[in-house]
Design a protein around this ligand. Structure first.
Ligand code: ATP
Ligand code: MG
Length: 673
């Protein structure tokens, strides 16, 4: 952990920040927005009363709660603890009971082009059948079920079936290896695994079940697996190995099951799911979320941040259910609010680079929620592609996962949002369960690149080393100083690690691991993880800011910067950049590469200041990313410091590091002035 926070603004940083614009909320939008400015005042006046109201209005309780928050066991919170409810009932049945059974819940779009429309009434039947099928396989309240599936209707049904029984699901992203799956199954002590024969990706069927078979194989010296059954969805029809007695077809189990199922009413603090974090920063942690508070905050944020109008909107969150975004903003938040949404199985470039925009046009998607990595990819592909489609239905755009570079923000608004759609840059984590910092459309004047303000009811601050809030214009650590309903309740099976990881840096305060600053208006800018912050001659430099400066140059599609040890300056900035196609050719020979590097280094100096000028800029064909699309800077740091590359098992594409290392073997001619 760095000793000094960035309390001093980076010299010259104002150029980058103040050049960025601010867009006042569209008044036509504001009049009908779900969130009105009064929400902030209400929450400020009485935070707990505010959450109590949200919990009563947005969630249906079997037994109403009488106490809002019990923080006596801090840092393990208990919200609405004496209430009882069921998450699947809240997501499905109550909409049917309210007369909305015919409303479409899911428009499924398979990668090969097959489609399926599922109403809330359909979903109720499917989830009930699945819950009965799971129960028949021995799953009971309190058990753990691992779900290892592509983006299918069955994936949503499987999660809700677990919730209906009061069994915690632990979804493992379908791109993870057999080993990653094995360790998560073991850590969770799962008794059932739900998988598929395979799924479609990049135009071809890819297998899933073999990884499950491998993960469950007995191993010398290892504990025997706790898994009794594997439930297999048939998606591609490819051949699968079959273990008699253990493996069961999903469709056969569901056909045999009754369509009636009484949800199991659980206490508000009953575990809803365990989700292992993606591992950008180390050994995966089983983040535990419980029921009542989690549902309250996911429903509240989904309704207000995206301004959802359940009767008219078509919502599409492109995240996979393997990530927390897929849990909170594909499954629980939207379904609790009775939304109609699109789910898509495949990749954005199958069978062509306009696939997403074709989907937006086809379903008249009005709210789109995606990640900066996707937006930068579309920028690289060129705006002629989205321009071919009618995107006029879009009215709110969201971003999550990393800071969105101002350049990408502007592009997103102009090319995808028709120049008017508000963009909500939402900061949150697997651990926070739901959105914490974000503008509210119709209320907040939008600033490209800034996540801006804590939501009503959320106490987020930027603090210095001594946990004092920094003044406007200062930088430090982003912390959460008051408990919130959807906060994690621990790391599965490891209370000490939970306390140590999140509550020890500033006693009694949750520290998220991210650096941030406040601008002159008090708006929050995320600066990247504090572990990635660089210290150059005593100046603390943010990865996000230098990357945003690089991406704002016309040559650059994507950038990652790291600090490499340096004898004179302590650390030196090393940048890895992917160039936009037409400019990539220019860097093909040494002289061209030199010219490109000089141009980019000068650009960073102009945008931020000479201190931020990268010592080295390496043009690379790809960047190492996690399977959720985030840059793994620690691997790049290894490369920049000429070390053997560390654990790369959570990389989406392991060949990337070889590509980068071989490019680097060429002597770099660029050095500091
Ligand atoms: P791991 O914790 O295993 O290293 P991870 O942190 O990438 O993985 P997530 O919980 O999915 O796993 O991501 C949360 C992190 O993503 C935040 O701590 C922050 O660094 C980053 N992040 C998410 N949204 C934003 C945003 N809008 N702006 C800036 N950073 C964001
Ligand atoms: Mg994290």
């Amino acid at each position: 952990m760095p000793e000094n926070p960035t309390t001093e603004p980076t010299p010259g940083l104002e150029n980058l920040l103040h050049e960025t614009r601010s867009f006042p909320p569209d008044p036509r939008f504001a009049e009908q927005a779900n969130a009105q400015a009064g929400l902030y005042d209400e929450a400020k006046a009485d935070r707990l009363a505010f959450w109590e109201r949200q919990a009563r209005e947005l969630v249906s309780w079997r037994t109403p709660f009488t106490e809002t928050l019990d923080w006596s066991g801090a840092p393990v919170a208990r919200w609405f603890a004496d209430g009882t409810l069921n998450a699947a009932y809240n997501a499905v049945d109550r909409h049917v009971e309210a007369g909305h059974g015919d409303r479409v819940a899911l428009h499924f779009e398979g990668e090969p082009g097959d489609t399926r429309t599922v109403t809330y009434a359909d979903l109720q039947r499917e989830v009930s059948r699945a819950a009965n099928a799971l129960a028949a396989l021995g799953v009971t309240t309190g058990d753990r079920v691992v779900i290892y599936l592509p983006m299918l209707v069955e994936s949503v049904v499987a999660m809700l079936a677990c919730a209906r029984l009061g069994a915690a699901h632990s979804v493992v992203f379908g791109g993870f290896s057999a080993d990653a799956l094995r360790s998560r199954i073991a850590d969770a002590g799962a008794t059932l695994v739900i998988t598929a024969d395979g799924g479609y990706r990049r135009g071809a069927p890819s297998a899933l079940k073999p990884a499950v078979d491998e993960a469950l194989e007995p191993r010398n010296g290892a504990e025997p697996t706790t898994v009794a059954h594997v439930l297999v969805v048939r998606r591609t029809g490819q051949d699968v190995a079959w273990t008699e007695g253990r493996d069961v077809w999903w469709h056969e189990a569901l056909e045999a099951a009754d369509v009636q199922h009484d949800p199991v009413w659980v206490e508000a603090e009953h575990p809803l799911f365990i989700l292992y974090t993606s591992g950008t920063t180390g050994k995966p942690k089983g983040i535990l979320h419980t029921t009542g508070g989690y549902l309250t905050q996911t429903a509240y944020t989904h309704r207000n941040v995206f301004d959802l109008k359940a009767e008219t909107d078509v919502y599409w969150c492109t995240a996979d259910i393997g990530w927390v975004t897929g849990h909170s903003y594909v499954v629980y938040g939207p379904l609790l609010n009775g939304a109609t949404q699109v789910i898509y199985e495949g990749t954005p470039d199958s069978p062509h680079q306009g696939r997403w925009w074709e989907i937006v046009e086809k379903y008249k998607v009005s709210i789109l929620y995606t990640a900066p990595t996707a937006i930068r990819t579309f920028m690289k592909w060129g705006e002629e592609i989205p321009d071919r489609f009618d995107l006029s239905s879009l009215r709110v755009l969201g971003s999550v996962g990393e800071s969105i570079n101002p350049e990408a923000w502007m592009w997103y608004r102009r090319v995808i949002g028709g120049g008017t759609a508000p963009i909500v840059d939402t900061w949150w984590q697997t651990e926070t369960g739901a959105i914490m910092v974000s503008p509210l459309p119709g209320v907040t004047a939008a600033k490209p690149g800034s996540a801006q303000v804590p939501l009503p009811g959320i106490a987020a601050e930027v603090v210095d080393d001594e946990a004092h809030p920094v003044p406007d214009g200062g930088g430090g650590y982003l912390v959460l100083s008051e408990p919130w309903p959807s906060m994690l309740r621990g790391i599965w099976g490891d209370l000490e690690r939970f306390k140590d990881t999140y509550w020890s840096r500033f006693p009694g305060i949750y520290f998220a691991g991210d650096g941030a600053k406040k601008d002159e208006d008090g708006d929050i800018w995320l600066l990247g993880r504090v572990d990635d912050v660089m210290n150059v001659s005593g100046h603390r430099l943010s990865t996000t800011e230098i990357e945003s400066a690089l991406v704002s140059h016309e040559y650059v599609a994507e950038a990652a910067v790291v600090g490499a040890a340096d004898d004179t300056t302590g650390q030196a900035v090393v940048a890895f950049v992917i160039l936009i196609g037409e400019f990539a050719d220019r860097a093909a020979d040494d002289a061209g590469a030199d010219a490109v590097q000089t141009a980019l280094r000068n650009h960073v100096a102009r945008q931020i200041g000479a201190i931020a000028k990268p010592r080295k800029i390496l043009v690379v064909p790809e960047l190492p990313k996690t399977r959720s699309g985030k840059i793994m800077r620690r691997l790049l740091r290894d490369v920049a410091e000429n070390r053997a590359v560390g654990d790369a098992t959570t990389l989406a594409d392991s060949s990337v590091m070889t590509l980068i290392a071989s490019g680097l073997a060429k002597p770099s001619t660029s050095s500091e002035d």
